[in-house]
Design a protein around this ligand. Structure first.
Ligand code: TYD
Ligand code: MG
Length: 454
């Protein structure tokens, strides 16, 4: 075997390169590649099975009962998990530092303890006294959760094998280290090896294991993406720093739908559930303001109404600005191009700012028409009807394409007091939702009927 030299690993995506370079060609991240000691072969690293038993087969049609799930009672969390916590599952919760992950998971541990689970919270970042103080602030001082302040993976696994808890929180995976791995704590090999061992423990003992992962900005510490493939469920905790709303989003879930969201509000006493996110995202909306539209979206299995705001102003610069918060910048460029080419409304020389109110990030193509509506309204300086929701996908020809779950979108709109909807022709919508449908074939027809423009 050739002697193993140093390897160069991307901390963002975990790709291994033969030599250093400034940009990772696997994921495109800059300055994320650094040298790591080669993985130590032999004992310690990955545990080899002691004996080779033959693999066991069972029928696909076998009626083995699915594992029972446990509900925490925090409805927003239970839904994002796909209907409660699955025993033996490994869950990654990623998010920016300071976004509220430790708070969320301490609250979750206390809630699951209240549902009868034996819960252990391992903090590699805070002393037990600090975690206790936090629990006190959250009003959870009496919760039946066992604490450990530890970063040594072997010690943690020994404790877990003896205690056999139902739920283990590891905060955070980047602080865990094992001396069987030759590189520094936080490196890709340490983080991967710790995640591998802990996910293995989950499967072996039927405990649910939650790994907290900081989204890292600089390339020295491995990010949560390097362990996404090792876990059953990947959740991200998101939100804009200045906003009090936080969104827990499932991006992968072997036990439920992906793209489900749970909405929380930050308070002095911890995270509070938001059961009616539409009402929250629309609160504070100025109804007759130009540059605002209401998008009837679907997040996971739930309809959510959200305000889209646009500002269009003559640009003082030779290169006009395009700034987007909560949506995709490339998609905005596409809509501006369609507006120019198919509707005859250029945005050259105009700065364009687009914002999804409330800190939600939208990725549905169904938002195209709502974005176009906000842009047109801003450009024409004319408000849309205050009681109208908008949705539909825009194709490059300017035609509007129907989107999924039209009926659910309309029902949510009606529930929140909206009485009309602009939507693509041929949308599958039953009459009787109480919402007047203004179906339009293409973007030019929409601009014409709303603003007499184009
Ligand atoms: P923390 O949970 O420590 O974030 P993370 O683990 O993701 O780094 O939260 C950061 C700070 O915000 C902490 O000082 C507590 C505070 N906080 C609240 O006051 N209320 C809340 O509802 C949340 C979520 C956090
Ligand atoms: Mg924390």
């Amino acid at each position: 075997m050739a002697k193993a030299g140093p390897v160069y690993v991307c901390a963002e995506c975990g790709a291994v390169h033969a030599k250093w370079s400034g940009r990772c060609d696997a994921c495109g991240a800059w300055n994320s590649i650094h040298e790591e000691a080669p993985a130590a072969p032999g004992p310690g690293g990955v545990r080899l099975p002691r004996s080779h038993r033959a693999a066991i087969l069972s029928d696909l049609s076998s009626t083995e009962a699915p594992p029972p799930r446990t509900l925490s009672g925090i409805g927003e969390l239970d839904r994002v998990l796909g209907g409660g916590l699955v025993p033996g599952s490994a869950i990654l919760v990623g998010g920016d530092p300071g976004i509220g992950k430790s708070t969320l998971l301490l609250q979750a541990a206390a809630a699951f303890a209240g549902s009868g689970l034996k819960c252990v919270y391992v903090s590699g970042e805070e002393a037990s006294a600090q975690v206790r103080m936090r629990a006190g602030r959250l009003g959870l001082g009496q919760a039946n959760v066992q604490l450990a302040a530890e970063t040594d993976l072997t010690g943690i696994l020994t404790m877990l094998d003896a205690e056999r808890p139902d739920l283990v929180i590891i905060d955070s995976i980047q602080t865990m280290w094992s001396d069987a791995v030759g590189s520094a704590p936080g490196s890709v090999s340490q983080v991967r090896s710790a995640a591998h061992e802990l996910a293995g423990f989950a499967k072996r003992r039927g405990s649910a294991v939650v790994l907290v992962g900081h989204v890292t900005k600089e390339g020295q510490i491995a990010g949560p993406r390097v362990v996404e493939h090792m876990v059953d469920t990947v959740l991200y905790f998101e939100g804009e720093r200045g906003h009090q709303f936080r969104i827990l989003r499932s991006v992968k879930n072997r036990f439920g739908p992906a793209d489900e969201i749970g909405v929380f509000e930050m308070t002095g006493g911890g995270l509070a559930e938001v059961q009616n996110p539409s009402a929250l995202f629309l609160s504070g909306r100025e109804e007759r303001a130009p540059g605002s539209s209401v998008f009837a979206g679907i997040e996971g299995t739930r309809p959510v109404l959200v305000e889209i705001q646009a500002l269009v102003a003559p640009s003082p610069h030779s290169q006009a600005r395009r700034a987007v918060v909560g949506w995709d910048g490339a998609r905005l460029a596409m809509i501006l191009a369609v507006m120019e080419a198919r509707v005859g409304l250029p945005f050259t020389g105009l700065d364009v700012y687009l914002n999804v109110a409330g800190g939600l990030r939208i990725s549905e193509p169904a938002a195209d028409l709502a974005v176009a509506a906000a842009l047109l309204s801003a450009r024409e300086d004319a408000a849309l009807p205050a009681d109208m929701v908008v949705f539909g996908e825009i194709s490059l020809s300017g035609a509007l394409r129907p989107v999924s779950q039209t009926e659910n979108r309309l029902k949510e709109a009606q529930k929140l007091g909206f009485s009309q909807a602009a939507l693509p022709e041929r949308s599958k919508a039953a009459e009787g939702t109480g919402v007047t449908l203004r179906s339009v074939p293409d973007l030019a027809a929409f601009a014409g009927s709303m603003f007499g423009a184009g």
